[in-house]
Structures are given as C-alpha cells and as structure tokens.
Design a protein around this ligand. Structure first.
Ligand SMILES: Nc1nc2c(ncn2[C@@H]2O[C@H](COP(=O)(O)OP(=O)(O)OP(=O)(O)O)[C@@H](O)[C@H]2O)c(=O)[nH]1
Ligand SMILES: [Mg+2]
Length: 198
C-alpha cells in the first residue's frame, strides 16, 4: 500500500496517496466518520461491547452504542483525481492503544475527533500527536442535544496552539467529514511551509 507522500502512475500521471489517522476517545464517532466519507465499503473491526467494558468505558451520550473498534477502521477517499486519502480510524478503548504505533507509521497528519461532553477523553490522542510531531487538527463532532461551545473555548480547555484548526462537524455527513479532511490537508501544507525553528 502507498503511504504518505508516495507517488504512483506513469506517463505523466502522478497520483499521490496520503495516509491520515483518525483518533479520539471512546465512542466519539470515528467509525461513523470513516463510514460516511469512504468511497469503498470501509473495513471495520467492530466487536460487541463486553460486559467487562461496562464499568470501564462510559457510554454517556452514546447509550445506544453496542460495539467498539478493536483494531482499526479503514477507508479511502479521492479528494482530487490525483490525490487519494487512506483513512485509518484508531480504536478508542484504552486497552487497544498499542495499535496506534502501527497505525501511525507513515501518517502525514491526524484528526482528533472529540465530543464536547467528554472533552478530556481527547487528551491522550492530542498528547500522542504532539509528542511525535504529527500535524493534527481537532474536529468537534456535534452530537444531537449536546451543548455547543465556541472553538476558542475548546482551544483553552484543551490547551491547543493558536494556529491549530478546530472545526465543528457531523460525523454522519459525508460533506462534513470531507471538510474535516480538507482542513487537515490545508493545515499540513501550511505547516510544511513554515520555516524550521532551531
Ligand atoms: N447523534 C449523533 N450520533 C452519532 C454521531 N456520530 C456517531 N454517532 C453515534 O455514536 C455512536 C458511536 O459512534 P462510533 O462511530 O462507533 O464511535 P467510535 O469513535 O468509532 O467508537 P470506538 O471505536 O468504540 O472508540 C454510534 O452509535 C453512532 O451512531 C453524530 O454525529 N451524531
Ligand atoms: Mg470505532
């Protein structure tokens, strides 16, 4: 499989394939977003929530949730006819985080999907990408009935840099999910333009 920045195709046609990660806390809508935006039937690794999980993983706000991702979600989207994104959704449950290092290999950037009702669940993902210097944006999945917060309030709560994009989205909507991915690509490109500070 082609990863970040790889190019394929001959005779003047250059195709760029970019690997993007989608991370965030348990049940924030990662699998939903990959399913909404992918033009291939997404690969999913859903398993029923076990009885043991009930005490560990809060389903507050997503009470109807019955399954969880145990390895990854995988989808693909063509942004332009020469630009293809491969989207890897990470598992949200803490006990599967050992998968993240595998999934992060070769990733050009990441989206941290967050639910404002459980904002603190985003910290491990934010911390992970900051430590590895993988560019990321934060997308707030606006669940029905959840209170809306201004992006700047979320920035303060999550202690995010001023230049880091924070956008609202609906993980169920293809157009909204696409906008999230375009915002990330623009952020990655603008970060690449910045002079390296020493
Ligand atoms: N109302 C509403 N429900 C949503 C939205 N996004 C996801 N859901 C629901 O929320 C639940 C959790 O979504 P998932 O996509 O499984 O979340 P996840 O982040 O992949 O969860 P894990 O892999 O277990 O961490 C599902 O029942 C979805 O149908 C949304 O934007 N609005
Ligand atoms: Mg999932």
């Amino acid at each position: 499989m082609a990863y970040a920045g790889s190019e394929a195709g001959g005779a003047g046609r250059r195709h760029r394939a970019i690997k993007i990660l989608l991370a965030g806390g348990f049940g924030v809508g990662k699998t939903t977003l990959v399913g909404a935006v992918s033009e291939i039937r997404p690969l999913r690794t859903e398993e029923p929530l076990s009885a043991g999980s009930v005490d560990v993983d809060s389903t507050a706000g997503v009470e109807r949730k019955t399954t969880t991702t145990v390895a990854m979600d995988f989808g693909r989207i063509t942004l332009r006819n020469d630009l293809v994104l491969y989207l890897f959704g990470t598992p949200g449950q803490e006990r599967f985080w050992f998968m993240w290092d595998e999934l992060a290999l070769g990733a050009l950037g990441a989206v941290v999907l967050a639910d404002t009702r459980r904002l603190a669940d985003s910290f491990p993902a934010i911390d992970y990408f900051e430590r590895r210097e993988i560019p990321f944006i934060v997308a707030l999945n606006c669940f029905d009935g959840a209170r809306r917060y201004a992006a700047e309030d979320v920035r303060v709560a999550l202690d995010l840099d001023p230049g880091l994009p924070i956008i609202m989205c609906d993980a169920r909507s293809r157009e909204s999910a696409k906008e999230v991915l375009i915002t990330l690509i623009e952020h990655v490109l603008s970060a690449a333009d910045e002079p390296v500070s020493r």
